[in-house]
Design a protein around this ligand. Structure first.
Ligand SMILES: Nc1ncnc2c1ncn2[C@@H]1O[C@H](COP(=O)(O)OP(=O)(O)O)[C@@H](O)[C@H]1O
Ligand SMILES: [Mg+2]
Length: 312
């Protein structure tokens, strides 16, 4: 597994993904990483696929964001479900609709909405594909992907097997059908393209993406981390780094001293569970992490050597 600062050849795009349950600090870590790398002179894109994105809130900017420039080397994208539907629509929508509309009376908009909400793993697959294509285009030195909370993460990891299951049964249903559009592509060919896309996405995740797991030293978060680690292992994906956020490091109050004691067994379990994986501990700050100054403080802890990395 590639390390966080030296993956790939000098000109390739390095992709990092932050995974973890809701509220542990994925968006904060993504934003801090992107800012740190951007300020080290590396053109960086931070992209959120969380349905309730807060990147713009963290960077204290308003409005719609699609590859919006935040500072000279830093760009931000918030990718919603509508964007994913559009991508599916572009790649497969018309072809598959041609088939379905020959025996089901449904308008195209409802059809796309239906397909993208019922097919397991579809949204995740298209998000991975979007990021894969961004990486291929090599317009950025770094792409940092802030994922949605755990449910979506697991769907992402389960994508290939769920899709394979769908594809296993699909030929029986579709095999005798032919598309009616001008291209006359057979349904099996469409399914074949779909399968290729899933395989490309999985290969990309395995080969070109560094996964950082974010957690906090609390019982529930540590339990869920076990689940994510198990899933990653099952799909042959390794983790590059564990980020333990909200670690109490100051003990000048009885309240904090007690909290610190409570965190100890969880920290030990995390270190034990992830031995061999680099662990970064981020302190619990007295205030939320918003704005460049606070993000910089987190970024320095996450990537102490980023400035040297910029010279590569
Ligand atoms: N180390 C920290 N100390 C204090 N507040 C933090 C810290 N890390 C994150 N936060 C705050 O916790 C909240 C949730 O963080 P966020 O990054 O949005 O989590 P996620 O993206 O995993 O849901 C935000 O208000 C953020 O500012
Ligand atoms: Mg978030």
């Amino acid at each position: 597994m590639a390390d966080v600062t030296s993956q790939g050849s000098p000109d390739s795009t390095r992709v990092q993904v932050f995974l973890g349950k809701g509220g542990v600090g994925k968006t904060t870590m993504s934003a801090a990483t992107a800012l740190r790398l951007a300020e080290a002179g590396q053109r960086s894109l931070v992209i959120s696929t969380d349905p309730t994105p807060s990147l713009s809130h963290i960077f204290e900017i308003d409005g719609e964001h699609r590859e919006r420039q935040v500072s000279p080397q830093l760009f931000l994208t918030e990718l919603g479900l509508a964007d994913v539907r559009h991508m599916w629509d572009e790649k497969f929508g018309r072809d598959v609709y041609d088939v379905f509309s020959s025996f089901v009376d449904v308008d195209y908009g409802s059809f796309v909405q239906f397909m993208t909400s019922v097919l397991p793993g579809l949204n995740e697959e298209f998000m991975v594909d979007y990021i894969r294509r961004l990486a291929l285009a090599a317009r950025y030195r770094n792409v940092i992907w802030d994922t949605a909370p755990l449910g979506q993460t697991l769907a992402l990891l389960g994508m290939p097997s769920m899709l394979a299951e769908h594809l296993r049964t699909a030929p029986r249903i579709y095999t005798h059908l032919r598309t009616t559009g001008e291209r006359k592509e057979s349904v099996m060919e469409i399914i074949g393209r779909w399968r290729d896309l899933a395989a490309d996405c999985m290969a990309f995740l395995r080969r070109d993406v560094t996964f950082s797991l974010v957690t906090i030293p609390e019982a529930l978060a540590v339990c869920q981390l076990d689940t994510v680690l198990g899933e990653l292992q099952r799909y042959g994906l390794g983790i590059g780094r564990l980020v333990v956020n909200n670690v109490v490091q100051v003990t000048d109050s009885p309240f904090l001293a007690q909290k610190m004691r409570q965190q100890q067994p969880h920290l030990e379990r995390l270190r034990d569970r992830c031995s061999g994986v680099p662990i970064v501990e981020i302190p619990l700050f007295p205030q939320e992490v918003r704005g460049a100054e606070r993000l910089r403080a987190v970024g320095r802890l996450l990537l102490p050597d980023a400035a040297a990395g910029a010279q590569q």
